[in-house]
Design a protein around this ligand. Sequence first.
Ligand code: ISE
Length: 336
Amino acid sequence: NALRVAVLGVGVMGSYHAEALASRIAHARVTVVTDADQTRAERVAKTVDARVEADPFAAIGADDVDAVVIASPGPAHEEQVLACLDRRIPVLCEKPLTTDINTAYRVVQREAELESPLVQLGFMRRFDPEYAALRELVTSGELGAPLLLHCVHRNPAQSTVFDSEMMIRDSVVHEADVARFLLGEEITAVTVKRPQPTREAPAGVSDPMLVLMETESGRLVDVEIFARSRVAYEVRTELVAEHGTAMIGLDQHMVVHRTGGARTGLLARGFIERFAAAYDTELHRWVQAARQGTIDGPGTWDGYAAVAVCEAGVEAVRTGERVPVRLGARPVRAAA
Ligand code: ISE
């Protein structure tokens, strides 16, 4: 029987997931929708044939809910995830896990007390065919030992509230996870350089920035984060290894037009367009695992590590210093 899902928060991501669960993902249906904006909740609930619950905690506790997608604003995540853990129901939580390292660590510890992991983090790039292939290339050893990762992350535009801190917490967080995923080790320190900003940037916002992450074994990961490139949604990652290099995202989702004596490639405009397949695979695998009472993807430790890297990154933006990443000990799951 189908997994009955509550979707908490139906902004861009939540409504996209709700629609996917209702129409494209097998063995799942949306039964409850919540949102701080009731009108928006009603609108989405109607399209996915679900009911609206005003209180997210009532949704988490409802009889017709087997699992929860958390796509509410970051500050709401901690309490909502903990409530799901209390009820022992599987969760797909959009990043961030929580908004600071201490609360994120508490969630890690709380979940480690359970028999099996229940919280999957919405780091969708891990399910993107190109990133998955790059990871396979690394683990196969074909290119020899990885040495460096060069990353580009550009959004064509962002709203004026999207400041330097958000560029780290909302955008670079993906590269932090990708680096950990591809290299299989933790990030230990972050340095951020702030060049001359674009005139598109609001006063005081450093856009673009160069972020340098160091890993446990001494590898380096550089990220150009540019939130207002005015070009397109461009996400590229190049691996430099001992016996070769590999790049993904070069011509992503390009439609080539030929007209008026010119050839034009139209690039993806946003993350949903670029990562549509990844989101569906992520949801599909989450649903299959949730039906077995577990997860199949990045978990609370990955969410916590990402929060810790971002915390260091935000401090690095502010101070201009190299900031070490502070990670607590990884808890061992209590015996089943
Ligand atoms: C957004 O929240 C995302 O997750 C996108 O992947 C990222 O490209 C964008 O910069 C963020 O705002």
